[in-house]
Design a protein around this ligand. Structure first.
Ligand SMILES: [Zn+2]
Length: 66
């Protein structure tokens, strides 16, 4: 994993992220975040939900926080 992104965590559940080409993927909930011009977009509004998840409140990280 790129050292640059190793400190970043999922904005929903604060779990570590792994890099997958031009995306960062949460190791807990599977949510994706695009890396645009080397800058990860960790805004909740721009989250890429994993397959089968229709709403952010259904993410594993979401329920881990509550
Ligand atoms: Zn997560």
């Amino acid at each position: 994993m790129n050292q640059m992104y190793s400190e970043l965590v999922c904005p929903v559940g604060k779990f570590p992220l792994r890099q997958d080409s031009d995306m960062l993927i949460c190791t807990n909930c599977g949510a994706g975040f695009k890396i645009i011009d080397s800058i990860p977009d960790l805004l909740i509004e721009d989250i890429i939900l994993p397959a089968g998840i229709k709403d952010i409140s259904k993410l594993k990280c979401f329920s881990s926080v509550l």
